[in-house]
Design a protein around this ligand. Structure first.
Ligand SMILES: [Mg+2]
Length: 234
């Protein structure tokens, strides 16, 4: 799971698919030893698609749920759930009252029971190709709730390490999260490429020296990844 965590007070270029000139990946051929994948919005479809459907079905303004999740980004109910600081039950109560304060009614249990994304076969295949030759990691902000992590099973054979925010108590974009991944994979950040659908999650990775790919169009992202690793992913 991945929730936008915008820091409007931070200066910097807007998060777009294309890094500004001078900030493009500077990786040398053969430098990449590990490929790190986000889950929601990368290996499977984005949870935001589910949010949009729920909003449309329940007469809520478009973007209502995403906006709830961006308010007070380090301390809101979602952030606390993904660090396993509160239970799913506590989360649902807080999330529903936050929604009410913002002028909408959300059934948190219904919403989150439908959050499993659709697998993206080409991404899963690419992860398998990477796993044959390189180290691979899955880096996900997730939460502990009945059925919430069933999707991770499809990834179990593809990754050397799986870092889950709900287990390590730290979530993206906290740099500690990426440090844990590098330590477990026994790599230096400059030996890794990281794919995520949110620019805010890529920013610290890039600052640590990782190559980064923002996943908007999965096929385009895979073309970029192929160039970086130097072998076919299809
Ligand atoms: Mg994501």
């Amino acid at each position: 799971m991945n929730i936008p965590n915008p820091r409007p007070h931070q200066a910097g270029p807007p998060a777009t698919g294309q890094a500004p000139l001078g900030q493009r990946n500077q990786t040398e051929p053969g430098q990449i030893r590990a490929v790190l994948f986000d889950f929601g919005g990368v290996l499977v479809s984005s949870p935001f698609e589910t949010f949009h459907r729920y909003e449309a079905d329940h007469g809520l303004p478009e973007g209502f749920i995403r906006k709830l999740n961006t308010m007070d980004p380090d301390a809101n109910a979602w952030a606390r759930l993904e660090r396993a600081e509160i239970s799913f039950e506590q989360f649902c109560d807080q999330f529903e009252s936050d929604a009410e304060r913002a002028g909408g009614k959300v059934d948190a249990r219904v919403l989150f029971s439908s959050l499993l994304g659709e697998p993206r076969p080409q991404m899963l295949k690419a992860a398998a190709r990477c796993h044959e030759r390189l180290k691979t990691g899955l880096l996900t902000n997730n939460f502990l709730a009945p059925g919430a992590n069933m999707g991770l099973e499809l990834a179990a054979d593809l990754f050397d390490v799986v870092i889950e925010s709900s287990r390590v108590g730290v979530r993206k974009p906290d740099p500690k999260f990426y440090e844990i991944a590098c330590k477990e994979l026994e790599i230096h950040p400059s030996e890794a490429v990281f794919l995520d659908d949110l620019g805010v999650n890529l920013k610290p990775a890039r600052a640590m020296g990782m190559a980064t790919i923002k996943v908007i169009d999965p096929d385009q992202a895979l073309a970029e990844l192929e160039e970086l690793v130097g072998f076919p992913l299809g």
